[in-house]
Design a binder for this molecule. Structure first.
Ligand code: DGL
Length: 265
């Protein structure tokens, strides 16, 4: 199974996969040489998504997860036209949020492109037309995560989170979708700032569960894997490895390799 994101964010999906798909093998691509995706245009993200998928296909994957809210929001056509089935994070995460909310007032935080696309609003309103959705673009949070400023007490990240979520809190939301896959890395800070009244919906868990369901339905489940994951990055691996180890709580250094997504086809 191939998984990709612009950088570290997709690890929030990778972290959840082995527990629901213990017999698979995974290959993760973090496009660290071209992060961030969320401040670029749709046309560029479609091109990157195509190249990222081609890279994963060259590793002979049978299924692809776009573990990136931005790609999932604007490059659906790329994902639908691959030689293998693929899924993004928007639909499963929207469904998970609707199962959690009681007052149907749902906040979404994501990248600028994700918020501009209105993807989460659409996915929610298609399933529940009377839900209220409030979205806030939080581009700086992606940079803070990529810099590894994810400690629960980091004063800069806490201040940035407070500033971004303030308008959402005024809307009396009871559920917040982490619509960018980088944001589960900030879950400790987000729960502290938002308090108990707001449930956080993590795209990682929702997407991993949806992927397991999809593979079962398509009879694509493996029996011989052991949940191991190999990591590919498009810039020097040092920073990725450091933050990945912090987030995953295990060493990955040996499995990280630098590749060029523009040199595949
Ligand atoms: N993690 C990605 C997302 O879910 C992209 C963040 C970025 O590169 O801007 O949107």
């Amino acid at each position: 199974i191939g998984i990709f994101d612009s950088g570290l964010g997709g690890l929030s999906v990778v972290r959840e996969l082995p527990s629901v798909l213990p017999n698979e093998r995974f290959v993760y691509f973090g496009d660290t040489g071209r992060v961030p995706y969320g401040s670029r245009s749709q046309a560029i993200i479609e091109r990157y998504a195509r190249q990222d998928c081609d890279l994963l296909l060259s590793y002979d994957v049978k299924y692809i997860i776009a573990a990136c809210g931005t790609v999932s929001s604007v490059a659906g056509e790329v994902l639908q036209n691959l030689p293998v089935p693929a899924m993004g994070v928007v639909e499963p995460t929207a469904e998970a949020a609707l199962q959690v909310t009681k007052n149907r007032r749902i906040g979404v935080i994501g990248t600028s492109l994700t918020v501009r696309s209105g993807s989460f609003e659409k996915a929610i309103r298609d399933r529940c037309p009377n839900a209220n959705v409030f979205a806030e673009a939080c581009p700086v949070l992606v940079t803070l995560v990529e810099s590894g400023w994810i400690d629960a007490d980091d004063p800069v990240t806490v201040a940035a989170v407070k500033r971004y979520v303030a308008p959402l809190m005024e809307q009396d939301i009871d559920t917040l979708i982490l619509g960018c896959t980088h944001f589960p890395l900030l879950a400790p800070i987000l729960s502290k700032v938002l308090g108990e009244r707001v449930a956080l919906v993590n795209s990682g868990a929702a997407t991993a569960a949806a992927c397991a369901k999809e593979l079962t339905k398509r009879e694509l489940l493996a029996k011989d894997g052991n949940g191991e994951c190999r990591f590919l990055v498009s810039d020097r691996p040092q920073n990725f490895t450091r933050v990945a180890e912090m987030f995953l709580g295990r060493s990955v250094g040996e499995q990280v390799e630098q590749v060029d997504p523009e040199g595949v086809k």
